[in-house]
Write a protein that binds this ligand. Structure first.
Ligand SMILES: [Zn+2]
Length: 465
């Protein structure tokens, strides 16, 4: 049996791992988009034949895990795509959004390449490819072992509590003389997520492909997030009569904020101000989330039982229409605007920041990871001047950071996640989805926990199992 790493090898994006069994069955784990600087060409070519892949198993809907599925289909993959029901529903909205971004970005990228005298790139995919990919999806719930093919490969999804629908994948492969148990972690979430359940234990494996994003890091102990948020709301909207602008990822992060505000409102603590969710993707993602309460933790279920809806309260407004979004900018009254993208490098949030950043009454609150080259990154760093749509703006608004949100476990939480395993029975751990320096630290941590053989594969490397 052979395992090849076609992405997320010594980096955090482009997750793609191909298994070829002894009998020649080809199973692709994830088909993610490479993201970040200089990845345009990387996403064009697969380095394997999509038409020769028999099955795709998808861990979760994040674009760095699912974002190249429509291209795989466009290039000839006709097999089934297995994922959880929530992942399939999220893929519908996220991949259509991704196709729209691809089409929009391609023109800009190719204009630049033409100026540089480099060959232009072909379209990665379009909406029709997304529709085709969605038609190939087959959903399976957590905890239901299913067969991929006749008496060779069986699969089990277990919850990793990373985002709605996220799953780890346990594969059991029958060979002529042995049975091989392979585990793929996908992305590992954190215990005590505000919305999701706890990460689940999984069956003993012989080989483990494990993420390592925070392999060298321990998260700060979480302060009281609601209290922190309420202080910022009060200082901005009540004391200074300003606007609170929050760039947030449309999926999960936005719903965590809505739920926190909903709870504050229920407790009578939230001032009477309007709250706008200004992102078509976030509006759709909230609908998907409401539909999949099977993924919710007991606290959230109990809250919904009492409150009726954890994502709706009297002053909360969901905005999809562009004209409605523009109208928010005209408002003078204090309000809270939550909008995407999370790093403020694209989307409606850029307009909101442009309109508020030079006024000291306002606050920009950063709640997630921001790449250093993004607008969110510049604000987080404390830059006094920022560029938005080519113009320079002076930062007079307050900039606040809340780091209590993270969808990835730190190394202690990942070791805890792996503690369901007898390390002596694990022949090899392969570290993926992490920067190399962090992976080296995580390898040491795993070895200290008894996992003797830990390997850090490089891109396109092939290993025999
Ligand atoms: Zn993820």
């Amino acid at each position: 049996m052979k395992l090849q790493f076609f992405g997320a090898a010594r980096t955090v994006t482009g997750s793609k791992h191909l298994i070829t069994t002894q009998r020649g069955t080809r199973i692709l784990l994830d088909c993610g988009l490479f993201q970040g600087i200089n990845t345009d060409e990387l996403n064009q070519k697969f380095h394997f034949k999509p038409s020769e892949v028999d099955y795709l198993i998808l861990s979760h809907a994040h674009i760095d895990h699912a974002g190249l599925i429509p291209r795989l289909v466009r290039k000839g993959f006709t097999g089934p795509i297995y994922c959880t029901p929530a992942t399939a529903d999220l893929c519908r909205i996220m991949l259509l959004d991704s196709a729209y971004i691809q089409e929009k970005d391609l023109k800009r990228i190719n204009d630049r390449r033409e100026r540089q005298g480099r060959p232009v790139l072909e379209m990665l995919y379009e909406a029709a490819d997304v529709e085709q990919a969605l038609s190939q999806m087959k959903t399976v719930d957590y905890g239901q072992t299913f067969r991929l093919n006749q008496d060779e490969v069986s699969v089990l999804f277990t919850d990793t509590a990373h985002i709605l629908g996220s799953a780890a994948v346990s594969l059991t492969v029958q060979e002529d003389s042995r049975e091989v148990r392979l585990f793929f972690s996908g992305d590992i979430g954190r215990p005590h997520d505000k919305i999701l359940k706890m990460p689940e234990p999984f069956p003993q494996a012989d080989y483990i492909i494990c993420e390592s994003t925070y392999g060298d890091k321990l998260h700060e102990p979480e302060p009281d997030m609601r209290k922190h948020l309420l202080r910022i709301v009060h200082e901005t909207c009540v004391v200074r009569q300003g606007k609170l602008i929050i760039p947030a990822f449309a999926v999960d992060r936005t719903q965590e904020l809505i739920y926190a505000l909903d709870q504050l409102e229920s407790d009578g603590k939230l001032p009477r101000i309007d709250v706008f969710i200004d992102s078509p993707l976030a509006v759709k993602a909230t609908q998907v989330m409401k539909k999949h309460d099977e993924c919710f933790n007991p606290e959230l279920r109990a809250y919904i039982e009492k409150d009726g809806d954890a994502f709706a309260f009297s002053n909360l407004h969901y905005i999809s229409d562009v004209e409605d979004s523009k109208a928010i900018n005209e408002r003078q009254e204090p309000c809270i605007i939550i909008s995407a993208s999370g790093m403020a490098e694209a989307g409606r949030i850029k307009h909101h920041i442009r309109n508020t950043v030079e006024d000291a009454r306002n606050t920009i609150l950063l709640v997630g990871y921001c790449g250093p080259e993004t607008l969110g990154g510049a604000l987080k760093r404390g830059d006094r001047e920022v560029k938005i749509f080519g113009e320079t703006y002076t930062v007079r608004a307050e900039v606040e950071v809340m780091d209590s949100f993270s969808a990835h476990g730190d190394y202690a939480e990942m070791l805890d996640f792996l503690s369901c395993q007898n390390p002596a029975q694990v022949k090899q751990v392969y570290l993926v989805h992490g920067e190399y320096d962090r992976q080296v630290v995580f390898r040491h941590n795993l070895q200290s926990a008894g996992f003797r053989n830990v390997y850090i594969p490089s891109l396109y490397e092939s290993v025999a199992l």
